[in-house]
Design a protein around this ligand. Structure first.
Ligand SMILES: NC(=O)c1ccc[n+]([C@@H]2O[C@H](COP(=O)([O-])OP(=O)(O)OC[C@H]3O[C@@H](n4cnc5c(N)ncnc54)[C@H](OP(=O)(O)O)[C@@H]3O)[C@@H](O)[C@H]2O)c1
Length: 239
């Protein structure tokens, strides 16, 4: 059975990803901070069936490298797909007041975590050479609209990382895509209270990306419920 490694599995986007993977009939290998986070994930998803968890520090260079080593050692299921959903660092400090520490923290949590995950997993996927492989990254429109400095600054590098990854994987076995999210997604019980999009609804997007091999090297844009089934995707680069 195919397995999806989900980095940032316990957050709003991660929970949505796990729901998509289970519905698609695949297995989840969820990276969690600790067992409390794992329990939170099971609660949000409503089951623990089909989900393996592994503890790792996603903010360290070695975190996901260690997960890949365990997979290669046969201690965890082999995976064919990766979803980068790490992040969530927010903050309303104005650009001119942003401290160096706040800037570094936001970059570490929102950007470097996903970069470390990419760098640790891509060589593994290329070595496996499985033609079904995918790597999907979630980015946000905050990087374009610039309402909040810290989260906005972190999205620019993610957009660029997606460009490079689309180019570098254009002729490989790995189908890289970016999901550009321009609305707020939250776990279902929170979304019901706030009126944002439910993680269970947003999960339709990733489920469809997994099932559509022609979506490759693309940005899939989600502005609202109208974009969940009729996917709006465009090649990021002409390569
Ligand atoms: N949600 C949205 O509406 C939205 C919109 C646009 C873009 N995005 C993109 O998606 C990313 C994730 O958003 P989200 O709403 O899913 O965030 P979230 O709910 O805060 O989840 C973030 C994930 O990263 C982990 N994480 C965060 N800080 C960590 C730390 N210091 N150490 C270890 N793990 C840490 C969390 O683990 P724990 O559960 O253990 O804390 C969780 O798994 C954003 O950064 C952005 O790039 C999201």
């Amino acid at each position: 059975m195919e397995t999806v490694l989900v980095v940032g599995a316990t957050g709003n986007i991660g929970v949505s990803t796990v729901m998509a993977v289970l519905r698609s009939g695949r297995h989840v290998l969820a990276v969690v901070r600790n067992q409390d986070s794992a329990q939170k994930l099971f609660q949000h998803v409503g089951t623990q069936e089909g989900i393996s968890t592994v503890e790792a520090d996603i903010l360290s260079e070695e975190g996901i490298q260690g997960v890949v080593k365990k997979v290669e050692g046969g201690h965890l299921p082999a995976f064919q797909h990766v979803f980068g959903a790490a992040g969530g660092a927010y903050g309303t400090t104005r650009l001119q007041d942003l401290s160096t520490q706040e800037l570094h923290e936001a970059m570490l949590v929102n950007f470097e975590s996903n970069f470390y995950a990419y760098r640790a997993t891509i060589p593994y996927l290329l070595r496996q050479n499985d033609p079904r492989s995918t790597w999907t990254l979630c980015t946000g429109s905050q990087g374009d609209i610039g309402v909040y400095a810290a989260p906005a600054l972190t999205q620019g590098p993610l957009f660029s990382m997606a460009n490079v990854a689309c180019r570098e994987n254009a002729k490989t076995n790995v189908r890289f895509n970016e999901i550009y999210l321009a609305c707020r997604v939250e776990v279902d019980y929170v979304a019901i209270k706030t009126g944002s999009m439910k993680a269970s609804d947003f999960s339709r997007v990733y489920e469809r990306i997994l099932s559509r091999p022609e979506i490759r090297g693309c940005r899939v844009s989600v502005h609202g419920p109208q974009d969940l089934d009729d996917l709006k995707y465009k090649k990021k680069l002409e390569v």
